[in-house]
Design a protein around this ligand. Structure first.
Ligand code: FMN
Length: 168
């Protein structure tokens, strides 16, 4: 088990475009009895409703979505390049049917009962503020629906307050 230290949010130095778009993250949700993680590369961080927030987009079909919807919290774990294979694995296998954490060589830690991934280097612990399922009416360009949602597997956008950052 790795040692993580709380990191004051003002001290976080990160480029959200490369953090999400290139590094990717593991979005974890659930409890000590049932937790799951999935790879994400769409999302961001900023300020909304006077709070420091992240926003992530999770499709209907994801098992992780069920766990996000059941609870009030989730985490984002960012990992170093050496874990790229594990990130690819967690982005292409569902925890609904297999124990993908052990197959990927990863393990959960918990803080405030929120699961996060021990092998990470930077973690954001988040409390859900809103959940908005995108629908055809959400898009100003019909292109988006055709290109990304032809099968109807829509994204829900979760906005969540960053309640603590951890680093090691
Ligand atoms: C690089 C990468 C980025 C991904 N980004 C997202 C994302 O932002 N939102 C999403 O719903 N799925 C995304 N996925 C797909 C999920 O990680 C994948 O479907 C996963 O197997 C879901 O696992 P689960 O069923 O255990 O929740 C991504 C996959 C990869 C490889």
């Amino acid at each position: 088990m790795h040692m993580f230290q709380p990191l004051p949010i003002e001290l976080i130095e990160c480029n959200p475009f490369t953090r999400f778009g290139q590094d990717w993250a593991l979005l974890s949700a659930g409890s000590k009895t049932e937790a799951n993680t999935m790879t994400i590369s769409w999302g961001g961080m900023g300020v909304l409703w006077g709070k420091n927030v992240v926003f992530v987009f999770v499709r209907d079909s994801r098992y992780t979505k069920e766990l996000i919807d059941e609870g009030g919290f989730f985490s984002l774990t960012f990992l170093e390049e050496q874990y790229r294979k594990a990130l690819n694995f967690c982005g292409s296998h569902s925890g609904r049917t297999s124990d993908k954490m052990s197959s990927a060589g990863l393990s959960f830690d918990f803080r405030h009962s929120i699961p996060y991934v021990d092998e990470g280097s930077f973690v954001l612990l988040c409390e859900k503020l809103s959940a908005t399922r995108l629908t055809q009416d959400s898009f100003l360009s019909p292109h988006i629906m055709e290109k990304f949602y032809a099968d109807g597997d829509m994204h829900t956008m979760y906005v969540a307050e960053v309640i603590e950052a951890l680093a090691r």
